[in-house]
Write a protein that binds this ligand. Structure first.
Ligand code: ADP
Length: 327
């Protein structure tokens, strides 16, 4: 028999992502609709261990759907990696009678949820909130659309000045382990080269392509690099290209944290609302220890264990498109 939930806790954990607030709002209001008590757990697993928990009502989530960041705050929590930390978290939930947990975060947060749900009898449900889009089993993660659009807007601006001066620009975007932001923003801004952690970078190939373009008098070249690219980020790429092409005018720009902030896009608000709603419905129906994903526009409930064992893959089709369109 599935456990019936009556009081649920919701937390945001790990890296923040625009749209997390829209998900919190959906969880709170759907929970209240189903007659549940809903508790906001501050600062992710850290706040759970410290009993930093507030009861939420409909008004607590008023006027937040359009705001970036997360009203529940987020944190990285060392203690939760240890069994003792997770035991503390369980005791707090037991003391408060919270019998269901909604975890909005990335694959690290899901990893924590897997351990917790294996050790304790608290139904958990995940919502994929990460700008990196690197979660297996879903076409969307909350925050990616906003982050990639922020990157595109910034790169478009840089392209204007790059074009005026016939320069090579190397732009570093976020993605320590995942190249989606680089890939999507690079294709959308017409980048000549896109370097991502999922593919081994052949710097000589990049240099050959720059030389070939120079021969054709194509002097404006945009290289988008994910921060986690195996060659070592934009500065390293610049240093190596400058050595081989000393006459080239090269500039580096690291976009950094602007990619995390800002008001969520319409798409991020929609998927966050949809995932938040279905996460609670799923808990109420007795389906848990899964995360809510969207595949081919349908809701999917993927076991958290499967999510952390697998990685979202970048298809070779995208890489071919980059090569052919960048000529
Ligand atoms: P994200 O969820 O954005 O990937 P992190 O990887 O920092 O972010 O994970 C968020 C938090 O989840 C960590 O600070 C930690 O508290 C918890 N966590 C991550 N991995 C594990 C793990 N293997 N075991 C237990 N808890 C974990």
């Amino acid at each position: 028999m599935a456990k019936k939930v009556t009081k649920i806790g919701v937390l945001t954990s790990g890296g923040d992502a625009p749209g997390m607030n829209a998900a919190v709002r959906a969880v709170v209001r759907t929970g209240l609709y189903h007659g549940l008590e809903v508790y906001g757990i501050m600062r992710g697993y850290q706040g759970l261990i410290e009993d930093d928990i507030v009861q939420m009502d409909s008004r607590s989530v008023a006027n937040i759907i359009q705001r970036g960041g997360t009203i529940l705050k987020t944190a990285r929590c060392k203690e939760f990696y240890e069994p003792e930390g997770r035991e503390k978290a369980y005791q707090i939930l037991k003391k408060r009678g919270i019998d269901g947990l909604v975890i909005i975060g990335g694959d690290g947060s899901f990893r924590g949820a897997v351990k917790f749900s294996q050790e304790f009898d608290i139904p958990c449900i995940g919502i994929a909130g990460t700008i990196d889009k690197d979660i297996y089993g879903t076409d969307f993660t909350i925050g990616f659309d906003t982050a990639v659009n922020t990157a595109v807007e910034a790169i478009d601006k840089i392209r204007d000045t790059m074009d005026a001066h016939d320069r090579i620009f190397i732009i570093e975007v976020m993605g320590r382990d995942a190249g989606y932001i680089a890939l999507h923003s690079g294709i959308a801004t017409g980048a000549e080269n896109i370097l991502i952690p999922e593919r081994k970078t052949d710097i000589n190939d990049v240099i050959r392509s720059l030389q070939e373009k120079e021969r054709r008098k194509k002097l404006v070249n945009l290289i988008v690099v994910a921060e986690g690219d195996d060659f070592g980020g934009a500065d390293e790429v610049e240093r190596t290209i400058s050595e081989k092409l000393p006459q080239a005018e090269i500039r580096v720009c690291i976009l950094g944290h602007i990619q995390r902030g800002g008001s969520p896009s319409c798409l991020d608000r929609l998927i966050a609302s949809r995932m938040g709603f279905h996460a609670v419905e799923s808990l109420v129906e007795g389906r848990y220890n899964v995360f809510v994903g969207i595949l081919n526009n349908k809701m999917h409930y993927i076991p958290l264990e499967a999510a952390v064992k697998n990685k979202a893959k970048i298809s070779d089709e995208w890489m071919r498109i980059v090569k052919i369109l960048a000529s």
